[in-house]
Write a protein that binds this ligand. Structure first.
Ligand code: S3P
Length: 182
């Protein structure tokens, strides 16, 4: 099976949904940020802070190209900014199935203001809840044209309990089975 790429804004549930989705479909799961962090022995936040965002984007594009060419039976949780590089989106659409996980601004903000969530995200560093809400509103608008290039969309608003996560993973697995004729 072609790789499945989950894309969307920070906090839309790419990792939360990606793991059980891969399990339901009998596929491997790769989180692109984790892949980069293992390879460089640095957190995404450390890479942002020491090497800068452009360097992180280069590293991210390289990691994506490697994962996309090496792995077949895999669900990839991308970083929220991965689709901003047009070549990345083209690569994902050519090599695999792209799914934009969509949740409302309010839902995304409610997830990102949690201390353990904001702590690992360099783009939210030092922000108040109000500033995070503004950042998500603006960021989603700016990124929408990139996310819209995904082949499929899935409502990821309901990931607030284990049961909701399981249900959403099952639903998305069914959609993907139908899409690939599996
Ligand atoms: C980023 C999202 C993060 C991570 C980095 C940059 C972004 O991934 O790649 O902090 O630009 O939206 P998540 O979407 O998993 O938070």
């Amino acid at each position: 099976m072609k790789p499945v790429f989950l894309i969307g804004y920070m906090g839309c549930g790419k990792t939360t949904l990606g793991e059980p989705l891969a399990r339901h479909m009998g596929l491997q799961f790769v989180d692109l940020d984790d892949y980069i962090e293992r390879k460089y022995s640095m957190s995404a936040k450390e890479i942002f802070n020491t090497l800068g965002e452009p360097a992180f984007r280069r590293i991210e594009s390289e990691a994506l190209a490697k994962v996309a060419t090496d792995a077949r039976n895999v669900v990839v949780a991308c970083g929220g900014g991965t689709p901003l590089v047009p070549a990345n989106m083209e690569l994902m659409n050519r090599m695999g199935i792209t799914v934009w996980l969509q949740a409302s601004v309010e839902r995304i903000v409610s997830r990102l203001v949690l201390p353990e969530q904001r702590a690992k995200r360099p783009l939210l560093s030092g922000m108040t809840d109000e500033e995070i809400a503004q950042q998500v509103t603006r960021g989603l608008e700016v990124r929408r044209p990139h996310y819209e290039k995904a082949q499929l969309r899935f409502d990821s608003s309901h990931l607030e309990s284990e049961q909701e996560i399981e249900q959403s993973a099952q639903q998305l697995a069914q959609i993907l089975d139908g899409h690939t004729g599996g």
